[in-house]
Design a protein around this ligand. Structure first.
Ligand SMILES: O=C(O)CCC(=O)C(=O)O
Ligand SMILES: [Fe+2]
Length: 297
């Protein structure tokens, strides 16, 4: 009998800093050991940023010193921090960049989604900190959109390559926009309406050049230029495929955990299985660019 090798625990030298990464699944997820995110060196931050595209989701345990200020400061070292969200204001006056998901005020994310894809330039990545956790449950799962594309049959890959999807934030955030008088800003401008945007179904990752199946049930309303029935069936096929267990990494949270993901190559889902218990998560997002499809390359 051949024993399968254990998941490699490899010290990875990226850009001069040695990052101790423990791969969790073959193509998605790694635990990063030995980094204190509140006091990371510049070389460590560069290495983390480089590892993000490769591992897609990074997990850091025991980050008890990373308070809200520190989370925003870390984001500024990793890239450009966006406002909290196009229509949801920051957690408090002092932190307009922090988006809080609090179960006690209806903050849930139990639909597979990629963050904020209903704007022209969706965030490059997100950094999420566990603040209050239920005694059990409330895990988060991420699926690998690049693996999902690669594991489609070739004819379906070719079909997907040609498709464009419309992303619309109305179902998730329309009510929020309607009930609020004040407008928040996004990319420095007042965000007045949820205007649907079109993105290629297959996104070429700007750093790795790999193709990913860039659709998500949270925000995609339909595929352009096909019938309603075709759109529904295509999207059902893509969603069922993306979320296969083989494509997913799942995280069980402890307070002090931080997860960082590449929003260009993943979708995620926060399990809502903890009843009336409270769960609070703080997120920041990093400014991204407009998705580019295979046709434009
Ligand atoms: O609460 C979570 O685990 C994830 C929430 C979410 O979707 C996000 O922070 O973008
Ligand atoms: Fe999210």
């Amino acid at each position: 009998m051949t024993l399968l090798a254990a998941a490699p625990t490899a010290p990875v030298d990226v850009d001069g800093a040695v990052l101790d990464l423990e791969r969790l699944e073959p193509t998605i997820g790694a635990r990063v050991h030995g980094v204190d995110l509140a006091r990371a060196t510049d070389a460590q931050v560069r290495a983390i940023r480089a590892a993000l595209a490769e591992y897609k989701v990074l997990f850091f345990a025991g980050q008890h010193d990373l308070h809200p200020d520190g989370q925003v400061a870390l984001g500024r070292r990793l890239g450009e921090v966006t406002e909290s969200h196009p229509v949801v204001p920051g957690v408090d006056e002092g932190h307009p960049e922090i988006y809080a998901l609090d179960s006690s005020t209806g903050g849930f994310a139990d639909v597979w989604h990629t963050d904020v894809t209903f704007v022209r330039r969706p965030p490059l990545g997100s950094v999420l900190r566990a603040v209050v956790l239920p005694p059990t449950g409330g895990d988060t799962q991420w699926a690998d959109l690049e693996l999902a594309y690669r594991s489609l049959s070739e004819p379906v890959q070719r079909l997907a390559d040609q498709l464009v999807a419309v992303h619309d934030g109305t179902r998730e955030f329309g009510y929020y926009l309607a009930q609020r008088e004040e407008r928040t800003k996004w990319e420095g401008e007042e965000f007045r309406a949820l205007v649907p945007v079109a993105h290629p179904v297959v996104r070429v990752h700007p750093e790795t050049g790999r193709k990913g199946l860039f659709v998500n049930p949270g925000f995609v309303s339909h595929i352009e230029g096909v019938s309603d029935a075709e759109s529904r069936h295509l999207l059902d096929l893509f969603y069922a495929h993306i979320t296969k267990p083989e494509h997913v990494v799942r995280h069980r949270w402890s307070v002090g955990d931080v997860a960082m993901w590449d929003n260009r190559s993943t979708v995620h889902y926060a399990n809502r299985d903890y009843g009336d218990q409270r769960r609070v998560m703080h997120r920041i997002t990093l400014r991204g660019d407009a998705p580019v499809g295979p046709a434009a390359r």
